[in-house]
Structures are given as structure tokens and as C-alpha cells.
Design a binder for this molecule. Sequence first.
Ligand code: CA
Length: 519
Amino acid sequence: MKRLLIPSWLLFVAIGCEKPGEAKLGFEAIWPNAVSYEIFVQSFNDTDGDGIGDINGVTEKLDYLEELGIKGIWLMPIMPSPSYHKYDVTDYRDIHSDYGTLEEFRHLVSEAHKRDIRIIIDLVINHSSSQHPWFLQAKSSPQSQYRDYYVWGDYDSVKTALTKMETSPDSDNIYQWHDPKVENNDQRYFGFFSNQMPDLNFDHQPLRNEIYDIGRFWLKEIGVDGFRLDAARHIYPHERAADSHAFWVEFRERMESFKSDVLLVGEVWAESEEVAPFLQGLHSTFNFELRNRLIQAIKDEEASYLAVDHKAMIEEYSQFTEEFYDAIILSNHDQNRILSDLNGDIPQLKLAAAVLHSLPGTPYLYYGEEIGMLGVKPDPLIREPFLWDQKDEDHGRPTWEEAVYSTDEAVKSLGQQKKDTASVFNFYKRLLSTRNGSEALTLGDIEPLDKSVSQLLIFKRISQNQEVLVLHNVSSGPLIWDLPQELGDFSTVLFSNGQHSRYQNMLQMDPWSSIFFVK
Ligand code: CA
């Protein structure tokens, strides 16, 4: 235990600076190593006044995203679909008419590229919509050319499964086999998530070819930079995980033949040991396990092992490939918003963000996180409209749903926050600027240090030309700690949040505070 008695506070020198330090070495992170941003178009920015966010609304906010320090955008599904969330596609080669047109989307891609911002789109290929023309034809007749695009089982062979419910992290208590409810049919179709989302049959080569051509369309004809692959874990049932891994290897080969630097980011919602083999095909996967541990560490005020845990996950991934991007998040469209999970505590949100952005990987912000938006499931309430300005002045705010959590009373708009140097927005902007400008924070390995003080998370990030010493006080109380002699020359502050004082190697940290040093 290294809490020490201090002779006099007056000896300490305040070092809590509020601007990035000097030691940047002229580094500037580039995508896909830099910070990305997830957008639910529907709730982002409405430019034609119909109450629904649109593609032009994203284009209009590119300058804002550039100011924030964003280098990549992941758009949640933009293709035609009967649902508000659009994770059930009816046409894989078009834009939903609520959102705009292919021409408007091409314009967005072009404007983003002018700013060195890359665009990846959600590609939902585990299943289609039950309203997709393929499925409508497939279910109408066993002789349809599209019948084998889907997975069918004779009633007798699946009848015991019809009443069996499966629980997984991304679905709960739902049936997997469904009745198509057409005449003269004794077969049932497989739909892991719901009867409105029939799974596509990847044992059927014509279906695979169709999917590859959809990839070619978006990469070659439209110019997107990659895909976020929804439900990547469910291409085949869990007992055929190796077939799912092999599919993604083939998918990657095909996509790289269309665009050599394509980025494939997969949703594999599982513990790291199950995620790891997917990285043979996917370039990147989201790290849900780290997200859960980070939040738990804050709740428990016990974070000293977080760097060790993250390093272990990275080593797990490294058993399958040396080249991968660990996509790290505080939350996305499927989880409660991070600030709600932290009970609305802004200092804890800033600490969580500082921890995330000091770890290895490629961070993704969920839209609105940077202004402290709130939201608790069910899903529509974690996907509420962005607050650009105060209510009467907010011309871009979508109105398709009325906010329950991110109301004007509960969340300060971006416009208000821009004027406040202590706002969540200005904190995020400073944090992203620090990370994007640091070679070690962007590319470096992680070296966990002293784990003996449970509320102190301390580690080094080490790259070829830079070392950063990172300290977080993950607790509601002040922390006093003496830097070991060998760390004494880390004396220049690269980033800090909260007040800190240092007397020689003795460091005092505020509750929920962070400080990064370079030599
Ligand atoms: Ca609109």
C-alpha cells in the first residue's frame, strides 16, 4: 500500500494543466488506428424537416466531426428496411428513402474523404428481412430459385426445437425456428433473432456469390471504406463456429480483391477467447468484454488489474493473427448509454473515457456520448435524437421519437457545451486531440505497472518513438502515490483531467482523475 503521509500540502506544485502537452513528435493518427464514431442516421441530423435524420444531415456535420477529432464513421444500417432500426434489409443495393438517395450517399463519401474521414457501413448479412423479395419468393414455393438462400427444416426434424428458446448475449429467450404460414408447406425456417429476420444460408454458393457482389457494389461502385458486420458470430450455429470463421476468411479475400485496404469490423458478442478465432477473417472486432470490465471497475473502485486484463485479451487475439484492430467502446446502440450506466455521474464518465482512450486499440464513440447523452433500454431510448442546440433553436434535431432520457432538461446541447470549457464535449475534444497526436497512445504496446493499489490504474504505453506513463485514480477519494524512482523522469504532462499535485515523485490525484506523463 503506497498511501503516504505528507508533511505539508504547500510543498506540492499544482500540475493539473488543461491543455495538451508539447511532446507530440509531429504524430497524427490515421484511420483505422484513429478514433471512429458510430451514427444512427435516423436520430442524428434532419436536413429536410421530415423529422428523420438523413444522409445529407451526416454530410452537414462532417466539419463538426472533424473538429471533434473523428477519423472514421460507422453508419448503422442505411438500406431499405421495414423497421426503424433497419437491421432487417429488403434491398442490399439502395438507401432507405427516409435517409436519401445513393447520389446523396456518394456525395457524403466524397465529402468525408476530402476531410480524411473514412466511412464504413453496417452490412447485415446474417439474415435478411422477412419482407425481402428473396424470402417472399423462397417461402412461396420449395421450387423457388431463392428457396436455398434460407435455411429450411422439415417440421418433424425441427419440431423439438420449435419450442426451445436460446439465450445469448445478443438475443434472449427467442425461438429459432418459425412457421412461414403459407399453404401446403410442412417446413420451418431458421431465424436466430426473430421470425422477421430469416437467416441466410451460407452453405449455398449462389447466396455467397450474391453477398460478395453486394460487397463489391458498395466498395467499388459507391466507394465506402469498409463494413461493420452485424451478428458476425451467427453466420453458422455455434456448434459450427469453425465454419463461421472460415466464411469470414473467404469474405475477406473477396473484399480485399475489390479494395485492398478495406476494413471489416465484426460484431462478435462474446468473451475474448470466442472472439479471437474470428480475427483470422475479420480485421477487427468489438471488445464487449473490456467494456463490461471497465464499467465494473468504476462501480467497484477497483481498477488495478484492468491493464493486465486487457493485455491478456490482446494476447488471446495474437494467437490467431498479429495484425488486428481491437475496437474498444464504452457503449454502442445495443447497450445502455455509458453515462446512464454510471448513474449520470459526469466525473465518472470523463474518467471512463480517459481510461478507454488511453488503452490500445481503435476507440469508437457512440454518437452523443461526447455530449453526455443518456439512455436506458428498451432500444429506441438508447437511440434518441442528438441535441445540437436548445429546443427552439435546434433545427437539425430529429423529431421521429420524443426523448425520454436525453431531454433538454437532462442534457446540455452541443451549442451550450461548446461555450463551456469544462463541458463533456470540450473534454472529449481535448482527449481525442491528445490520443490522435500521440504515437504511443495510438500504436503503442501496453505494459501494466504496479497493481498493489486497487483504485490506481497505472501502465505504460510504448511505441517506437514515445513512451507515455498513464495514471487513473478510479475512486471517489483522493489518492496519494509515490512514483517509483525508475518512473521519476516522466515529468511532462501530456494530458490531465482533474487537479493533481506533485512534489518530487509524490503524486496527489483528485477523485476520478487521470494524468498522462511523457519524459
Ligand atoms: Ca430528414
